[in-house]
Structures are given as C-alpha cells and as structure tokens.
Design a binder for this molecule. Structure first.
Ligand code: NDP
Ligand code: AKB
Length: 266
C-alpha cells in the first residue's frame, strides 16, 4: 500500500476492452491505484474486482459516455477534485471506417467528441495539477492513421491527426519539466474497435495484426525508455528518425518568406 501511495492513481479511459483493459492490468501490476472510465459498467466492474483482489490496489470506476457533454463534465469534475492522480492514459476512442458519404453525421461527430474533445478536456483537467507538482505522466493514444489517411478514414484520421499534433504541442510546452507526455501510434491491433468500425479483423491481412498485450507492453517499454513518440510496431528506428527529420526539415524550409521558385516561372 505504501508503494500505491507513492505511485498514485492512474486514470485509464476506455478500460472496458482492448488496449485500455490491458493498460489497466499492467498498471495495477506496477502498483498504481486506478480510475477506469468507459460506458460498459458490467465490464468495468468485473475488471475492477479482478484487479483489486489480484494486486491489492484501489480501483474506482467512472461509468461515462465521453461523447456526452454532461458525462464528460462529470468526469472532468471528478478528476479535478482528485489530487492523487499521477497518470492519465487518454485511450478511449471510436472509429467508423467508411467514406464520408456513407458515415452518418452522428457517427462523424461521435469520433470528434470522443477522440478529440474528451481527450483535450481530460488533458486540460490533469495538466494544471501536474504542472503545480512538476510531476505526472500523460499518454495519448493516437494511431498510424494520425499521419496517414485511407479512403475510409477521413474523419478517424482527422481526429487522430489532432491527437498527434496536440500531443506534440504539449511536449513542446512542457519541455524541461518533470512531466512526461507520450504520443503513441499503434497500427492494427486485435481489439473490438474493428468490429465497431465496420471492418472485421478477419478481413485484414492477418500478418499485420498485433495483439493488444504486445501493443501495451511495447508502449510501456517506450515510456520506460523515455520516448516522446512510440510506434509499437515499427521495427526500424531509422525510418522513425528519417520521418522526424523530414518533418522538421519541411517546416524549416517553409520559413523562407517568399514563394518557391517553381511558382515564379510563367
Ligand atoms: N485496435 C487498433 O487497431 C488501433 C487502436 N487505436 C486506438 O486505441 C485506442 C483503444 O482502442 P482499442 O482498444 O483498439 O478498441 P476497443 O474498442 O477495444 O476499446 C475502445 C475503448 O474506448 C471506449 N469508448 C469508446 N467510445 C466511448 C465513449 N463514447 N465513452 C466512453 N468510452 C468510450 C470503449 O468503452 P465502452 O464501449 O464501454 O464505452 C472501450 O473501452 C483508441 O483510441 C483507438 O483509436 C489506434 C490504432 C490502432
Ligand atoms: C483503423 C482503425 O480503426 C484502427 N483503430 C486504427 O487506428 O488503425
């Protein structure tokens, strides 16, 4: 219990299945108390009971629809009042994979509300407290589709693109502090999100699918190594470095203050 007090409480959104459930398990094993957020109460209750008895930690469940303004406000108020929070994993996410003409406006908004608005407002809630203590860990789960778009992922990729740039911005803001902000870009992982999104995992190339356990363990290994951005399934570090270099070079090259020569030729 002494260790729990030191580690504090980790909040995991989307803990009722997939990556969130495994994050909860791994953090419980490390000795964190947990605050778990999702809509499916039965799943959260079962998980909380298991983790409490297995790891002698405290688990609180917040049953909430993060796409609902009222529920989100309740979660925000709960986190604001909880000074024991030392980690937030913004993991909850939803996906509908279809062309925009085949995606209802309600589904498009749901992706924006859960993947962007909730992630932003929950970050806003814990960060002032982390800044005050100069300590804390924020992990934002984006996706490879945050830097790549498919014909069926315009909205989903757009929401994850927000997560990528928002998280990079926070990393810049918090540079030099003791607050860790990790951006995670998983690729295809075997979870329910694919059924939710309308593309069954059975329709995919099976060799591209990672287990949820491997994805979470790679992410936490990246966190332990001090990585800012973790690509759980990218083996070749040189590709990651080249991508980061190209991104920085393109930004640098854009600061010329004049039209590129190719636009000056008649
Ligand atoms: N699996 C993959 O291939 C990849 C996943 N990701 C990202 O990983 C994260 C976790 O997803 P994953 O584990 O794969 O999928 P799951 O569908 O298994 O988990 C999604 C979690 O988010 C919760 N959630 C969804 N909508 C809401 C909502 N409105 N309010 C509250 N909670 C909600 C779900 O809980 P409940 O339904 O009970 O509310 C569930 O716990 C997501 O952000 C996803 O975008 C990124 C790249 C690849
Ligand atoms: C396409 C998906 O829905 C998946 N969650 C991903 O981010 O790759």
């Amino acid at each position: 219990m002494e260790e729990n007090k030191q580690l504090g409480t980790a909040v995991v959104t989307g803990a009722s299945s997939g990556l969130g459930e495994i994050f909860a398990e791994r953090l419980a094993k490390r000795g964190y108390n947990l605050k778990l957020v999702a809509r499916r109460k039965d799943r959260l209750d079962k998980l909380a009971a298991k983790l409490q008895s297995k790891y002698s930690i405290q688990v609180t469940n917040l049953v909430a629809d993060l796409g609902s303004e009222t529920d989100l406000e309740n979660v925000v108020n709960n986190l604001k009042a909880d000074k024991s929070i030392t980690m937030l994993i913004n993991n909850a996410g939803t996906s509908t994979l279809a062309p925009i003409t085949a995606t209802s406006v309600a589904k498009q908004k749901e992706m924006v509300d859960v993947n962007i608005t909730a992630l932003m407002l929950l970050s806003n809630t814990v960060l002032p407290h982390f800044i005050e203590k100069n300590e804390g860990v924020l992990i934002n789960i984006a996706s490879v589709l945050g830097f790549y778009s498919l014909p069926v992922s315009s909205i989903y990729s757009g929401t994850k693109g927000f997560v990528v740039q928002y998280t990079r911005g926070l990393q810049e803001e918090l540079k030099g502090t003791n607050i860790r902000v990790q951006l995670v870009n998983p690729a295809t992982t075997a979870t329910e999100i694919w059924e939710v999104g309308g593309v069954p995992l059975s329709a995919l190339d099976q060799s591209t699918i990672m287990t949820a356990e491997d994805c979470v363990d790679a992410t936490l290994s990246g966190l332990d190594k001090g990585e800012l951005t973790t690509h759980p399934s990218v083996n070749d570090q040189k590709i990651i470095d080249a991508y980061e270099d190209a991104r920085n070079q393109l930004f640098g090259a854009s600061q010329s203050g004049r039209p590129a020569e190719r636009y000056l030729q008649n």
